[in-house]
Design a binder for this molecule. Sequence first.
Ligand SMILES: [Zn+2]
Length: 318
Amino acid sequence: MNGWKLFLLTIALSIALIGCSSSAGTGDGTGETDMGDASESEDKVRVTTTIGQIADAVQHIGGDRVKVQAIMGPGTDPHVYRTSQGDISKLEEADIIFYNGLNLEGNMNDMFVNMAQSKPVIAVTEQIPEEQLLEVEDGIYDPHVWFDLKLWQEAVKVIESRLREIDPDHADRYAENAAAYLREIQDLHEYIQERIAEIPEESRMLVTAHDAFGYFGNAYGMEVRGLQGISTDAEYSVNDVNAIVDLVTEHNIKAVFIESSVSEKAIQAVVEGAAAKGHDLTIGGELFSDAMGEEGTEEGTYIGMIKHNVDTIVDALK
Ligand SMILES: [Zn+2]
């Protein structure tokens, strides 16, 4: 019996030792890999942004020098967005935070003030001259500046200069990347002008669920109407729907548009209202207003979402 006990004890000890050494081995291996990743990502500038349009610009300018994450994904409405615990971690671990500003991220203002105590928290719209902003009420500006590509170029320049400041060793690379991205935006700006010209002048009216396209209309010569005003936190009324129905009927507008980040209920009501008046109005397609499309698709980039919008609008209205 003693012999057996000793034998079993020996086996048990061996298993324990094998277990120990193998788990220690795995642990060391993982540890090394972790440290490798950590030092590599520590070397990169960690950037957290609110909307995807900003993250996309940061990625273009920063290239492999930055590790970017956007807290608002496809279909997310920034006006009413509330930060989750996961978002707070992303904001906390960032070296620098970029947000749109002009109260687009209305519920996050306290968070930005809080984070600004420990790191740069930058509104990409900070350098746009006040007279180029659309003032909707006293001191309240339309935040959807990415739809005027000339204004968005100003936002891109802010991102470039802030990245150069925080990572001066790679300033040249940021400047080079930014110049290339600004050229791409410039090309798209010209493309929009050409395409909008295809719509008969009297049909250049863009009706959407909320007023995200004021800058677009301003820059490219379209009249724009939204049911909900510049923020989705406002409700629309039956009167708002009726006014839009009258307008599109009167101007014989063929199509209205839904948005990926806003309920399509209001736009459906407009289509039904027009039908009741004998005006054949269709939904011209889905536009990406405040959020980009799914990651990995063309619309999941700023350039792609703008191009998609323009093609959708022109093809439905021309
Ligand atoms: Zn909006």
